[in-house]
Design a protein around this ligand. Structure first.
Ligand code: HEC
Length: 209
């Protein structure tokens, strides 16, 4: 191949050599980079995005304020991260609840996991993925329906105060799925939360759990 032919060949393939990578670069910058945005617009998230969004929602809405056992921090009780979202600790002895009346309608235990009011005593549920005592055996549908209908597991008895399901049911399906995905990703904690106590019994006997 003469020097001239080599130059001519080089000039002929140059556009291909330059254009193909340029097109690929443009494609990755526009089409593929836009894929998450397109999914977001369609309201869909990947599994990882769901867990991250769920963690954000749970930590900002403050599910742990009621659902996590607490330890004492410098500014008062804080979430016990070793038992995150595991509900009212079983075996806690609380004593007889205070008499309520006039404008004081409810009282709570020192860790905010047990509540007493006109509905009796309610204990916050174990939201960790433990198979037997948490939401380990719950499907996403069960979780979403519980929040949307205000019924235990979406089908049975009414969920008692102060669980703010009336507000949480306004979350989008995608956000509820994300909360569920996050809750399924945290360490399971074995903790069997006691059943609620009816109003007639609530003030008569020491509350245990
Ligand atoms: C103000 C306190 C409070 C907050 C905040 C709270 N919960 Fe609850 N939650 C409760 C109580 C109390 C119960 C138990 C009610 C009962 O036994 O009927 C409960 C029960 C539940 C249950 C069990 C429902 C069932 O089917 O039995 C789920 C699931 C739940 N909460 C999820 C959440 C999530 C998710 C958040 C945050 C987005 C949250 N809760 C925030 C108090 C709270």
């Amino acid at each position: 191949m003469s020097a001239k032919t080599r130059i001519r060949t080089a000039l002929r393939i140059a556009p291909v050599v330059l254009v193909v990578p340029t097109l690929l670069w443009v494609w990755t910058r526009t089409v593929s980079a836009d894929a998450p945005a397109q999914r977001e617009r369609a309201g869909e998230r990947t599994a990882t995005e769901r867990v991250a969004r769920g963690e954000y929602l749970v930590s900002t809405i403050g599910c742990g304020d009621c659902h996590s056992p607490k330890i004492m921090g410098p500014e008062g009780p804080i979430e016990d991260t070793s038992r995150l979202l595991s509900g009212h600790p079983e075996g806690t002895v609380l004593g007889t609840p205070p008499a309520l009346g006039s404008s004081w309608i409810a009282a709570t235990s020192s860790d905010l996991t047990a509540w007493v009011g006109p509905w009796g005593i309610s204990y916050t549920f174990n939201l960790t993925p433990d198979e037997n005592t948490g939401i380990g055996s719950w499907s996403e549908e069960t979780f979403v329906q519980a929040i949307k209908t205000g019924r235990h597991m979406g089908v049975s008895r009414p969920i008692l105060p102060p669980m703010p399901w009336h507000f949480y049911r306004n979350l989008t399906d995608e956000d509820l799925s994300s909360i569920y995905a996050y809750l399924r990703s945290i360490p399971p904690v074995r903790n069997r939360v006691p059943l609620p106590v009816a109003p007639e019994a609530a003030f008569a006997t020491p509350a245990g759990g």
